[in-house]
Design a protein around this ligand. Structure first.
Ligand code: 5AD
Ligand code: SF4
Length: 440
């Protein structure tokens, strides 16, 4: 190993959008000559790309930054940077600086693209670089993310969110919704397919409102245009807000087999009273109607969702409404969350915050139901053959793995490396969320 090499290590918290932001960060560090390494101990720069959507994500980051104190004392030339959603909250950068004075760089979401500058500044001075840009700027183009998930690639199409769901901090830390121009998105998709990526996922907090209020094409058309690019690949997107999920989108999904029949449509709750308090702008009946429209055009479509229990004022009856809706829709899988109070949001000041024991009991029931639905979906695969895009090799199990169009994970043996290839898997066994099979 060359001794003059400099190494970076990035710790990512939270959602897919953050995973892709970390790829942008990696791209900037690579331009400065840094090379990726697997642990903090060997790194010359450690970047914490934080999330603040729930309290436990924040606590996790606090714990890990705290643990670096010793390492930094032993290696004073090491640079520690903390960025993303957590410092973007009003007043949080100062709190972080006081709590962790050994952190060298603190930046937010709106100036993440300037990390390269901040590192150069820090290299030539002793004082910490603390820069938070209060408001979002224009959408930046021309970045070179260092992608780490081959054969999958993430493409941002919108940034920020205008929905202000009453529990959610995202609109405060990611700013107002803005969309990239479709020609830039399509160009990026073309070049990724040219480079051999086999699955593209379009990312946004609410992809359905892509380009609203502009003269650009709408989301369903964008999907169709990307799907029309030559080559064998899959196209996914997330996240869709039910209030903006349109029949045109359902038709677009049906229009091209490259667009995966798999929609992530967060419902959050099955109670109309709670949905109103959450400011979700739909009722459970509206949601079911959207599912009906989707299934009219795409009869075999996996629907996944996000669910929150313990929102302020949630009664047993409200929770039962959620269980009922989950059963009725028959989600193929779901992310389940206990409501986490976020300062600055409308829900943080609502009366009747739910005691932890009640939320715990509810989440256990909900997880059990969701798991049973997932098992049911998986069991239906046994004896069938499905197409899997091989994504990697699981060292522990000694098996290759990949997902089918509907997002089910399959494991299998192969004599040759098939990562990045589409393979046919005959499913022998289903265990919960994953499938076991053999190649045909
Ligand atoms: N508490 C719990 N879950 C939340 N989510 C967003 N904000 C909160 C919160 N304060 C969940 C929602 C959203 C997902 C990304 O995170 O379900 O869809
Ligand atoms: Fe948060 Fe609602 Fe926006 Fe999703 S749509 S990011 S839950 S405010």
């Amino acid at each position: 190993m060359e001794s003059n090499k400099k190494f970076y290590h990035i710790v990512t918290y939270g959602c897919q959008m953050n995973v892709h932001d970390s790829e942008r960060i990696a791209g900037m560090l690579a331009e400065l000559g840094y090379v990726s390494c697997d642990d903090m101990e060997g790194a010359d720069i450690v970047v914490f790309n934080t999330c603040c959507i729930r309290e436990n994500a924040e606590n996790h980051a606090y714990g890990n930054i705290g643990m670096l104190k010793k390492l930094k004392a032993a290696r004073r030339d090491m640079i520690i940077a903390v960025g993303g959603c957590m410092p973007q909250q009003i007043g949080k950068a100062d709190i972080l600086h006081k709590k962790f004075p050994y952190v060298d760089i603190i930046f937010g979401t709106h100036n993440l693209g300037k990390l390269k500058e901040f590192v150069l500044q820090k290299q030539s001075r002793k004082k910490a670089v603390i820069e938070i840009q209060p408001a979002e700027g224009a959408v930046t183009e021309g970045e070179h993310p260092l992608r780490t998930s081959y054969p999958n690639a993430w493409i941002n199409i919108t940034y920020g969110c205008n929905n202000f769901c009453s529990y959610c901090i995202v609109p405060y830390v990611r700013g107002r919704e803005r969309s990239r121009r479709s020609e830039n998105v399509i160009k990026e998709a073309q070049s990724l397919i040219g480079e051999g990526y086999r699955e593209l996922t379009l990312l946004g907090q609410n992809v359905n409102s892509y380009a609203n209020g502009t003269d650009d094409i709408r989301f369903p058309r964008l999907l169709e245009k990307i799907a029309a690019i030559d080559g064998k690949f899959r196209l996914r997107f997330m996240t869709s807000h039910p209030k903006d999920f349109s029949e045109e989108l359902a038709k677009a999904i049906a229009s091209d087999p490259k667009i995966c029949r798999c929609v992530h449509l967060p419902v959050q709750s099955g109670s109309d009273r709670i949905l109103r308090a959450m400011n979700r702008k739909y009722t459970s009946a509206d949601y079911l109607k959207k599912i009906e429209i989707l299934k009219k055009h795409v009869p075999y479509c996996a629907v996944t969702t996000d669910l929150i229990v313990g929102f302020p004022g949630e009664t047993d009856e409200d929770f039962k409404d959620t269980l009922r809706l989950v059963k009725e829709v028959g989600f193929s899988s779901a992310f389940t969350f206990v409501y986490s109070k976020r300062e600055g949001t409308v829900a943080a000041n609502m009366p009747c915050q739910i005691p932890e024991e009640v939320s715990k009991e509810r989440i256990m029931q909900l997880v059990e139901l969701v798991n049973s639905l997932t098992r049911e979906h998986s069991a239906k695969y046994v004896g069938t053959t499905c197409e899997i895009l091989c994504e990697g090799y699981d060292e522990k199990r000694g098996l290759f793995l990949g997902r089918d169009e509907f997002g089910r994970m399959g494991y299998f043996n192969s004599d040759k490396n098939v990562i990045g290839e589409f393979v046919q898997l005959r499913v022998k066994e289903a265990n919960g969320v994953s499938l076991m099979g053999e190649l045909v």
